[in-house]
Design a protein around this ligand. Sequence first.
Ligand SMILES: [Zn+2]
Length: 345
Amino acid sequence: MPLANDSLQEKYSRQTLFAGIGPEGQQRLLASRVAIVGCGAIGAAAANLLVRAGLGYLKIIDRDFVEPSNLQRQTLFDESDALKALPKAVAAESKLRSINSSVTVEGVVADLSPSNAEALLGDVDLLLDGADNFETRFLINDVAVKSSRPWIYAAGVASYGLTMTIRPAATACLACLLESGVGAQGLEETCDTVGVLGPIVNLIASLEVAEALKLLSGHPEALHGRLLSCDVWTGRMQSIGVARHPHCRACVRGDFTYLAGEAQPHITMCGRDSVQIHERARALDLGVLGVRLKPLVDDLRQNDFLLHFRVAPYEVTVFADGRAILKGTRDPAVARSLYARYIGA
Ligand SMILES: [Zn+2]
């Protein structure tokens, strides 16, 4: 089957020449819709590879903004994004559009939560993991299993990472793997405590996107079907078969605790020394807030999406949806009081 026009044929020629994809697989890719949850190192690298490979639509959901410490491994962002403190979803959207204008890219600045997960992830064929925490991954797993759509688990920390492709009813799900009590395969440490190398997150993203290309081009028979883990420092690679758990909470019993769970807690830990607070159900006028805060705080910076300031020893970032990230404390009481004092109760 020929591609739609000559320029597309040229753009994807090296990929359609590859027998596993071919012109028909490319045609399917170009009609596919994907969401990436989290646009840190793995999410950004996956988005870059996928958009270059060509697809119909990509949604990128991320709650955070670009900081200088991200640039060592988060390959979509540059120093000007960090200087402007752009939300990652916004910076990624504009970068990806300039990479391949034939793909519709939508960046969404939001924290995936039980209340918005089904709406945000409802209109895509495949979900990719770019998250940095297990609460979000279990939420993705619940949405995917409930709606019988595939998703790809991917995680990396220090020099080590792992990935597994999950097809509800056909393979084990994340709850089969991590909640069955036969030895957790998740990562307990975080990049904020033990660091992370660029090569491992980019390697895991590459494995994740290769699986995505197989699924989206119509070749599920080519999926590796294993839990793959790699350590780029020791050179150790492992591939483990994971069976479905006969009593799995999610994919057998249909008990979607993360999705149906109580509303998102008002305060969540976020990184080594930060707290995220969600106190408001309504949007903030950042312009008005900026004018009010200017005489009270240091280093006030703002753009259309967020406002950032310092009140020593804390750093506060407020998003237009009322969410805030407070750096310099892990104490919910301190976070609440800062929020109330500067943003409003
Ligand atoms: Zn399961």
